[in-house]
Write a new protein. Sequence first.
Length: 58
Amino acid sequence: MAKTLTDAYLVLLLAATIHGTDAAVRDTAKRCAKTLPRSKRDVMYRKGSMIPTFKADS
């Protein structure tokens, strides 16, 4: 099932809020990018690296 870019952003922000680690945000961004159309994937990779979590990776 293909997600929209808005769905992917929401999932990414939820991962940042719930888990709070950079690793969780990166993993979520990679998973979401696989479900997006190819033309939108590069945007997801950039957003995944830009969301600050302010917590140390465990």
